[in-house]
Design a protein around this ligand. Structure first.
Ligand code: 13P
Ligand code: SF4
Length: 303
């Protein structure tokens, strides 16, 4: 990691002075990850937010991550460094969509991906992340599951849990959706000894080539443990950068060109500095939404 620059030093000082807990997602810039108290996938982020002792929690990630932290720790102050860092997939599903699917499939339970608004979580039965989706789908006491919003993660879970019938919302992550099977085949041809670790937000024709299909944390774990000297990564660029820094003895390659989540890149060091200095931007949610959404997130965190 090396030494900290001036802005990073100022952030670390503010963090100490305010006794703030800073949680970062693996897709935010590495220089922001480096000043966080923990770098997490969505599941670990929710768990750490739920258990936080600090009164002030800063979520270096996109809006739904800040909302989830607030729902799980409603008495705490939860801040987001960038107000306009959203998740386009989360914006693809509305509570009305979920209610319509419920009306169409009255025997189904609703499982919503954590990449969704608090309002969608409030009308769902249980939340999941990419690392907990299979476990939660298998454990749900029902024969039918409505899954929203990610049709790719939903299709992956449905294929692994054939004993249940799935009804999928048609959302997707524009960043992961863009990668094609041709991208993967080209990368495999260029690096024939490489193993491939892929995020389930990619399409099924990409995911089917994965030696490991998993969350950001699971991809990192796999890359650290594999004996293979070359690793292809089917997720956001920052994971590739992190692995190159961590594992200089291995060759790590991204597939599919510019694999970037532009919203995560809005969480800059400057934004984090101003966030801690001015205690902005506070996540606020209507009380009824917060209470209703908490049921489905609590279940996920305990699973
Ligand atoms: P993870 O839970 O794997 O960190 O995924 C979050 C996300 O938004 C992936 O696009
Ligand atoms: Fe949302 Fe995709 Fe960015 Fe993840 S990578 S936060 S799913 S837009």
């Amino acid at each position: 990691m090396g030494s900290f620059n001036h802005l990073q030093e100022q952030i670390l000082k503010l963090k100490r002075e305010k006794n703030a807990l800073v949680l970062a997602h693996y897709y935010v810039p590495l220089e922001v990850q480096d000043v966080a108290d923990a770098v997490c996938d969505s599941f670990a982020m929710a768990q750490k937010a739920a258990k936080a002792r600090e009164e002030l929690i800063v979520i270096c990630g996109v809006r739904f991550m800040g909302e989830s932290a607030k729902i799980l720790s409603p008495e705490k102050t939860v801040l987001l460094p960038s107000l306009d860092a959203g998740c386009p997939m989360a914006d693809m599903v509305t509570p009305e969509d979920v209610l319509r699917l419920r009306a169409q499939h009255p025997r189904a339970r609703v499982m919503c991906y954590v990449n969704s608004s608090a309002a969608v979580k409030a009308v769902s039965d249980v939340c999941c992340t990419s690392s907990s989706a299979l476990r939660i789908a298998r454990a749900l006491d029902c024969e039918e599951i409505i899954f929203a919003p990610d049709r790719h993660l939903g299709a992956y879970v449905a294929a692994q849990v054939p004993e249940k019938t799935f009804w999928l919302h048609d959302g997707f992550c524009p960043t992961h959706h863009r990668v094609t099977e041709a991208d993967v085949l080209a990368a495999k041809e260029a690096h024939p000894e490489a193993v491939f670790a892929v995020h389930p937000e990619c399409g099924d024709d990409v995911v089917k080539h994965g030696d490991l299909v998993g969350s950001t944390a699971e991809i990192l774990d796999f890359a650290r443990k594999t004996q293979a000297p070359q690793i292809l990564i089917g997720t956001e660029r920052e994971i590739v950068e992190r692995l190159r820094r961590e594992l200089p003895e291995k060759k790590v390659y991204g597939v599919g060109g510019a694999f970037v989540c532009p919203n995560m890149k809005k969480v800059t060091l400057q934004a984090l500095y101003e966030c801690l200095r001015d205690e902005k931007y506070k996540v606020e949610l209507p009380e009824d939404e917060l209470t209703a959404a908490r049921r489905s997130l609590d279940q996920m965190v305990k699973s």
